[in-house]
Ligand binder design. Structure first.
Ligand SMILES: Cc1ncc(COP(=O)(O)O)c(C=O)c1O
Length: 414
């Protein structure tokens, strides 16, 4: 029955199967005896979903028409778009004097990524993705009839500029167009963040690529508000997007999911930056068309929530203060995990901040993961390694993880 373009397209049972196994283990052995490091949302030390109270209370008290009515505009209300800019650019908002900016509301960052792939790539073309990545990128590419190649992420403890340059330039020469995804800061799944110096070099490479074709940089910033460097430092690199050559279009994928613990609300945005006004006008028309023909508009209550947070200093401060408590906890969990890793010789990918840490595994990943399961430890298998979720495992359990993981690795990888 399926259309031929859908044949073979499936998400795979991976995550659902693991959740089922975790539940079974928790029932059998008790939650306290199981380490579940597969959840990608923020859990408190009591192992329950932890939301920002100020966000929860404000949202619950919105009037019915704001929660249940249609949003007025397909691409999002003006107040929402302004609030998105406030969040994304912070103090740098007024520094974009050589750029035009367009914002389109989407259902989460996922919607922003989907819209971008659909609007800027033709079926059969190839996108460039990071070697360690949020697996959904592959599915989003596939859903849009696209292939993907990857760039290597690390050179020792730094970003692999050499491979990035090689892959970008090769693609620009052969395809005459490059759409490259950089999930930064706080990359999922490694927790890496490029330094400002690394970003400067990335921009130089993208400029060089424009000699051969058009460049679209899709910067996924889903975890930006958990950057340990703080809001201002984490956003400094964005000033490099001001006054870029016209053949470089930057689209940032903004998401309320993590920043406002609003995962289920499904609110995000595409934030497009170009030095050419026409390119932004074209972006506005195309992205609005794609919204209308994919999901219509984004949830009104979610947009209202963000708009109101950014027009109410007190509320914003409350939200930021509460989020800071979560960041402090994340830092603590990261510190414990890295310290224990060092003690037991567990090698991790370079980590800077955020929700996750990755342990690279070249071989026997399945055997190692199965061995961990036998010890009632559940981690997320990813291409090239395993992901540890700092966001959802309490300190006491995080402390135990490195030694247990090392033992399983040593059993199979001598
Ligand atoms: C790297 C990355 N980007 C984007 C998203 C999108 O999230 P949402 O669609 O909920 O905004 C996620 C969610 O897990 C993610 O991990």
């Amino acid at each position: 029955m399926l259309a031929s373009r859908m044949i073979g397209k499936a998400l795979g049972k991976g995550v659902f199967e693991i959740s089922r196994e975790v539940k079974e283990a928790e029932m059998k052995f008790g939650k306290e005896n199981v380490i579940n490091s597969t959840i990608g949302t923020f859990y408190g030390e009591n192992e329950n979903l932890s939301v920002l109270n100020a966000v929860e209370n404000y949202y619950k008290n919105l009037p019915a028409n704001e929660l249940f009515g249609y949003a007025s505009d397909i691409s999002g209300s003006n107040e929402y778009k302004e609030a998105v800019k406030e969040n994304v650019f912070d103090i740098y908002k007024d520094t974009f004097d050589k750029a035009f900016i367009g914002v389109t509301a989407t259902p989460g960052g996922t919607g922003a990524i989907h819209n971008t792939l659909k609007a800027y790539m033709d079926c059969g073309e190839t996108v460039l993705l990071p070697e360690f990545m949020w697996e959904a990128y592959k599915h989003l590419a596939s859903a849009n009839g696209l292939k993907f190649e990857t760039y290597s992420l690390f050179d020792g403890d730094s970003f692999n500029l050499l491979d990035f340059s090689k892959k970008v330039l090769e693609m620009a020469k052969t395809q005459k167009k490059v759409l490259v995804v950089i999930n930064d800061p706080c990359q999922n799944p490694t927790g890496y963040s490029l330094s400002l110096e690394e970003w400067k070099k990335v921009i130089e490479i993208l400029k060089e690529a424009t000699q051969y074709g058009k460049v679209i940089l899709l910067n996924d910033i889903a975890y930006i508000d958990y950057d340990f460097r703080g809001s201002v430092n984490s956003r400094k690199y964005m000033t490099l997007f001001n006054g870029l050559p016209e053949d470089i279009l930057v689209i940032m994928a903004f998401s309320m999911s993590k920043s406002f613990t609003s995962y289920g609300l499904r609110v995000g945005a595409q934030v497009a930056i170009s030095s050419n006004k026409k390119i932004i006008e074209e972006f506005d028309v195309a992205s609005t068309f794609l919204c209308r023909t994919s999901w219509s508009n984004t949830t009104r209550g979610g947009m209202k929530l963000l708009a109101d947070i950014y027009s109410n200093e007190k509320l914003l401060k409350k939200v930021e203060d509460e989020r800071e408590e979560k960041i402090v906890l994340l830092e603590k969990r990261a510190e414990i995990f890295l310290e224990e890793s060092k003690k037991f010789g567990l090698i991790t990918c370079p980590f800077r901040s955020g929700f996750f840490i990755t342990i690279p595994l070249k071989e026997n990943a399945k055997e190692i993961i199965d061995d961990l399961k036998a010890k009632k430890v559940f981690v997320l298998p990813i291409a090239g390694g395993i992901r540890v979720a700092l966001c959802s495992v309490p300190c006491e359990k995080i402390k135990k993880l490195p030694e247990i993981i090392v033992q399983s690795i040593k059993k199979f990888n001598k």
